[in-house]
Design a protein around this ligand. Sequence first.
Ligand code: NAD
Ligand code: UDP
Length: 333
Amino acid sequence: MATIGFHAGRERKVAMVTGGAGFLGSHVCDRLVAEGARVLCVDNLMTGRRANVAHLRGVAGFMLIEADVAETLPDVEVDEIWNLACPASPPSYQEDPVHTMMTNVLGMKHCLDLARRTGARVFQASTSEVYGDPEVHPQVESYRGQVSSIGPRACYDEGKRAAETLCFDYQRTYGVDVRVARIFNTYGPRMSPRDGRVVSNFIVHALLDEPLELYGDGSQTRSFCFVDDLVEGFFRLMRGPSRVTGPVNLGNPGEFTMQELAQLVVEMTGSHSRLSASPLPMDDPRQRRPDIGLAKSLLGWQPAVALREGLAATIESFREELWLSAPTAERLS
Ligand code: NAD
Ligand code: UDP
């Protein structure tokens, strides 16, 4: 892509956020704009939504560029590159697995090449999926994981592992300043209601009084982090000393079965939904919980928002979104 007219006023920090119109990326854009940075949000809108950044339109220094990071990146003088571009829910990333792999590998390479040229610092949104279906519990950063390289989740898991490899190869070979966060399941306002992840699925179905589908017997566990806590961790990592490169686990160590989550959502929404059973997807991890000892000691970070509190805010935002998208007659009834 040719150089675009986003000139770095060097008195202000210039940040590129790939995947900036997505759930997490839009919260990162908000915080950067609030800091006074110029923000170039690069997104192909495959799972992201213009609505997530609509409130930033017209804000001086904010720009949304529609582009695919697997193909190219705008050639801009930047201080920071936040790489969040990649569909994150299993149904979305499995829809076009080859493109998911290319987004992870080529998207990462394009970010690192731009950083090498400009001297920018790079943040990589890695994932707990690098641990696969873990035999070590809770997961520590030194654990190398149990990942299938050929299963339906591999395009995402192996793509993210390769992206981490590229980060540290660029650091050792070219001195690029990298920060790698291994993100555990995160939820909150601006998740897409159609995204297919468990929190959004359960809330949407509960609000519509439809059955909540438990995949498998619902005994598998996940640890859910509220978005505000996660983004605080991102900024502590990105703004910390250069020796703190990560990978660092960022997540909430509270661990819940999917059965417990479903019951909690039904209770909190006051829903009449019942729970129904569906087959467990292939390679679905049995358990997941972060060891956040490293984040605590290196970043002084730990999550502050309990699941009940975060779910209340998330349910409210979904209720509003579903209400706004309902036909007028339903809204008035
Ligand atoms: P999301 O799907 O809401 O956001 C991803 C964004 O990337 C979307 O706006 C999408 O349109 C964009 N995108 C995808 N492929 C692209 C491409 N080739 N070029 C340009 N834009 C592209 O998901 P999210 O939850 O906000 O996740 C953001 C990042 O964090 C992802 O990299 C994901 O892997 C990582 N992550 C998220 C979680 C989580 O629980 N939310 C957990 C682990 C890792
Ligand atoms: N899941 C479920 N019902 C749903 C969606 C997901 O029971 O409607 C399960 C899924 O099988 C997994 C867990 O919830 O065990 C978390 O799924 P999600 O897609 O949110 O994230 P990931 O599997 O990537 O951690």
